[in-house]
Design a protein around this ligand. Structure first.
Ligand SMILES: *[C@@H]1O[C@H](CO)[C@@H](O)[C@H](O)[C@H]1NC(C)=O
Ligand SMILES: *[C@@H]1O[C@H](CO)[C@@H](O)[C@H](O)[C@H]1NC(C)=O
Ligand SMILES: *[C@@H]1O[C@H](CO)[C@@H](O)[C@H](O)[C@H]1NC(C)=O
Ligand SMILES: *[C@@H]1O[C@H](CO)[C@@H](O)[C@H](O)[C@H]1NC(C)=O
Ligand SMILES: *[C@@H]1O[C@H](CO)[C@@H](O)[C@H](O)[C@H]1NC(C)=O
Ligand SMILES: *[C@@H]1O[C@H](CO)[C@@H](O)[C@H](O)[C@H]1NC(C)=O
Ligand SMILES: *[C@@H]1O[C@H](CO)[C@@H](O)[C@H](O)[C@H]1NC(C)=O
Length: 258
């Protein structure tokens, strides 16, 4: 009986395969993974974190390191929504890669607000929430009653390339935007579409809106300024609205906080 079922199993495995692989982006590490690396995550300049000074303070790094990563002169004024590369140290902690950032709680903050709005979803709100009670540095932390000025570690998602991934020098953490498409993102990062899809376990990118994904690159990208769009994409947006996938449209607005 077992034998006669084999072809059927093989067949079903074949059809089920895309569902199995289209899981999520894998930010985990194992015993034989690279322990730590210098890598980058992306961040959009938006008030109140809209200049090199307060973005570098937020991530606890120097202005110069952000300026260098983005080939900016320190006087450069950032444009609204300008995409920046933020250099971080990524480490394998327990079984996941994280870049720790210590954030000082401000009035009105909650874990949700800091994870989704201040850090722009480059972390997962649930991870930040679950992570905190384990933190030996803040034993008094009460996640439901944060005190203004209290330092809280936010684990941001990142990943180090595996040793065999030699041509992918960096895996950049990027938060997928609802309007993003693979081709446009791969051209923005000047990298291969296939490598992006493959690195993210062939996940459903539509469902990845507002969530962090990994972009493998062999060389650091230089991002075009915000609003740099071909005429085609403006027309595309109008068509999109007219055709009216209302769910996605509202999600788009929602995610951008219009
Ligand atoms: C996720 O990535 C880690 C590190 O590269 C690897 O050890 C692990 O097997 C991957 N997990 C899956 C489910 O692919
Ligand atoms: C960032 O700097 C700007 C200009 O100096 C300031 O208005 C804003 O409040 C600062 N943001 C934070 C979070 O301190
Ligand atoms: C990051 O923070 C976690 C929890 O606070 C801690 O266990 C870990 O050692 C920190 N890692 C680094 C590299 O600072
Ligand atoms: C929150 O913490 C503050 C000071 O740490 C305390 O005065 C207040 O009673 C707490 N609020 C709640 C609802 O536990
Ligand atoms: C894109 O990558 C290729 C190959 O690495 C390189 O030759 C080219 O200069 C890059 N283009 C930009 C705009 O960075
Ligand atoms: C991908 O995700 C979107 C949004 O969650 C969903 O509508 C769509 O059916 C999914 N596509 C596949 C092939 O699962
Ligand atoms: C982060 O994700 C949440 C929930 O999906 C969304 O409401 C929020 O707008 C996102 N933040 C940013 C900066 O895109």
């Amino acid at each position: 009986m077992a034998l006669s079922m084999l072809p059927l199993l093989a067949l079903s495995a074949l059809f089920v395969y895309p569902n199995i692989v289209s899981a999520n982006t894998n930010f985990t590490c194992s015993a034989d993974s690279t322990r730590s690396c210098q890598t980058y995550l992306t961040y959009r300049a938006r008030p109140p974190y809209a200049n090199l000074g307060n973005i570098s303070d937020l991530f606890g790094i120097s202005r110069l390191s952000i300026a260098q990563a983005n080939k900016l002169t320190s006087e450069n004024k950032l444009l609204y929504d300008q995409l920046l590369l933020i250099p971080v140290k990524c480490s394998c902690i327990e079984n996941s890669y994280f870049a720790n950032v210590t954030y000082s709680i401000k009035k009105g903050d909650s874990f949700y607000v800091v994870a989704t709005s201040v850090f722009q979803n480059v972390t997962n709100y649930l991870i930040t929430y679950v992570w905190q009670p384990k933190d030996d540095m803040n034993p008094s932390l009460n996640p439901t009653n944060l005190t203004v000025g209290e330092p809280v570690v936010f684990p941001l998602l990142c990943k180090c390339p595996a040793l065999f991934q030699n041509q992918d020098k960096y895996l950049i953490t990027y938060v997928w935007q609802p309007k993003d498409e693979i081709l446009q993102v791969s051209s923005m990062f000047n990298t291969s579409s296939y490598n992006i899809v493959n690195e993210n376990s062939f996940r459903n990118f539509t469902a990845a809106a507002c969530l962090p994904v990994l972009i493998p690159v062999s060389k650091l990208p230089i991002f075009p300024p915000p609003g740099f769009k071909s005429k085609r994409s403006k027309k595309g947006e109008i068509t999109f609205i007219v055709l009216g996938n209302f769910g996605s449209f509202f999600f788009y607005l929602f995610c951008h906080g219009f």
